[in-house]
Design a protein around this ligand. Structure first.
Ligand code: FES
Length: 454
């Protein structure tokens, strides 16, 4: 019988929790996985106009995006002096370059003559100089003005006043971040618990991009990522996973202003799954090789983790024996405000980013990366080029995505399309969130409000 004297946000799904399942594993897990940090943040509806209103979107562009740290590149994309990538978000465009002095800088991607982008959006490559394609004004990769055609006509242009304007840059976990706010807190402070949690086997700096998919999603950037901040939707949207994956018993943690996390387990059925199953029956549904046997007294979870440890270890030339079953199997997802998710686990080593496209609140670019661990002493290989797929194309059509996982992402896309249409159609003007399972969504909105109201 459910306890009725609990406060809002304290109710939990009956049955074994994520923590119970992880502790019952044979191998100990990293300390970070044993931390629990739930919080009740209120139960007011979240207005749909926060997703659809051009005025709200405009406010985010003016008061949110210019003040947050945002991931713009992987360090391996900028290995050599002269390597560059562009990064666009809403109306903003930046050119991120490794200079001849080996420093990574981020410049506003606009010429100081008549404003032309120095490099086109979505481009990357190598440049000895930053030369504007319109009239040829040229800067060094450190941002110093080098030449102006017909210089005699510009006696009013002083070199020291025409350095390319920069924004702050910092790196962590192999990612390059920028912040447009010159008074921004240092990245290490902004990251909160992440550096303490993401160390040793979770160091994303010691991983390489194996897959990079980009897809435009026809919804608001917040709605797009919120679909990935809760496991509440699994019972209805991804019912095929219920025989072997936790959902209602997922763990949700809020760490300060900028970080949240969920952990949901694999190898143990959902609390929603009605049928009793043997461990062998569970294993048979877990996309393991045909004929995989769960030994007497064994568990599907341990067998699946062991197979993945062996199989992926062989594939990558790595000893994965120090990873616990939880790290090998579970969905361990950290969110870094405002738009980045990262999975330090081994079998689902994904990174997500959700960016507004242009000035339309209903257009989002979803970057989906898979990072594989590097072998001892292995240096980062050449970064893979992003594969862009259309909204209606299956994720499974992209190389490197397992069919079952591609189908799962496709189910999420279908929801997003119908949800955004429903935001506009609804008579009720806001969404009603669960106190615990959807607490990360409320956390996101409350942090947004702190920026908008600051
Ligand atoms: Fe760049 Fe003229 S706009 S050189």
């Amino acid at each position: 019988m459910e306890a009725l004297d609990l406060s809002p946000g304290e109710h939990r799904c009956p049955g074994p929790s994520t923590r119970d399942i992880i502790i019952a594993d044979r191998q100990p897990v990293p300390e970070a996985l044993l931390v629990e940090a739930p919080a009740y943040l209120g139960d007011e509806d979240i207005g749909y106009d926060r997703y659809t209103s051009p005025a709200f979107f405009d406010l985010e562009m003016k008061k949110l995006w210019p003040r947050v740290w945002q991931w713009v590149a992987r360090e391996e994309e900028l290995r050599e002096a002269g390597d560059y990538v562009t990064y666009d978000i809403g109306p903003y465009s930046f050119l991120i370059v490794r200079g001849a002095d080996d420093v990574i800088r981020a410049f506003y991607n606009a010429c100081l003559h008549r404003g032309t982008q120095l490099r086109a959006s979505d481009s990357s490559g190598f440049a000895e100089q930053l030369r504007c394609p319109f009239h040829g004004w040229t800067w060094s990769t450190e941002g110093d003005l080098q030449s102006i055609p017909c210089r005699w006509d510009f006696p009013h242009v002083r070199d020291d006043m025409f350095k390319l304007p920069q924004v702050k840059v910092a790196t962590w976990g192999g990612f390059v971040f920028l912040n447009m706010d010159e008074h921004a807190v240092p990245l290490e402070e902004y990251l909160g618990v992440l550096p303490a949690h993401m160390k040793d086997g979770w160091d994303l700096g010691r991983r390489a991009v194996a897959v990079h998919i980009q897809k435009e999603l026809p919804t608001n950037w917040k709605a797009a990522q919120e679909a990935f901040l809760e496991a509440y939707h699994v019972v209805e949207t991804h019912a095929q996973n219920l025989p072997f994956a936790g959902d209602a018993n997922a763990q949700y943690d809020l760490f300060g202003e900028h970080v949240s996390r969920f952990v949901h387990t694999h190898g143990v059925p959902s609390p929603h799954y009605p049928e009793a199953q043997t461990e062998q029956q569970i294993a048979d549904k877990m996309h393991l090789p045909a004929g995989t046997i769960v030994p007497e007294g064994g568990t599907a979870r341990n067998v699946a983790a062991t197979w993945r440890r062996d199989n992926l270890g062989r594939k990558w030339g790595l000893d994965l024996s120090h990873y616990s079953d939880s790290e090998m199997l579970d969905s361990i997802e950290y969110h870094l405000f405002p738009n980045m998710c990262m999975f330090p686990g081994v079998s689902l080593p994904m990174v997500y980013r959700f960016r507004p496209i242009g000035m339309d609140p209903g257009r989002t670019l979803f970057d989906l990366l898979f990072l594989r661990p590097l072998a001892e002493g292995e240096s980062h290989p050449e970064p893979v080029a992003p594969v862009r797929i259309a909204a209606q194309e299956s994720y499974g059509s992209a190389p490197g995505v397992e069919p079952w996982l591609g189908a799962t992402f496709d189910q999420d896309t279908n929801n997003l399309i119908q949800q955004y249409r429903g935001f506009h159609a609804s008579k009720k003007r806001g969404e009603t969130l669960g106190n615990y399972q959807e607490s990360r969504i409320r956390h996101l909105h409350q942090t947004i409000d702190r920026y908008l109201n600051a």
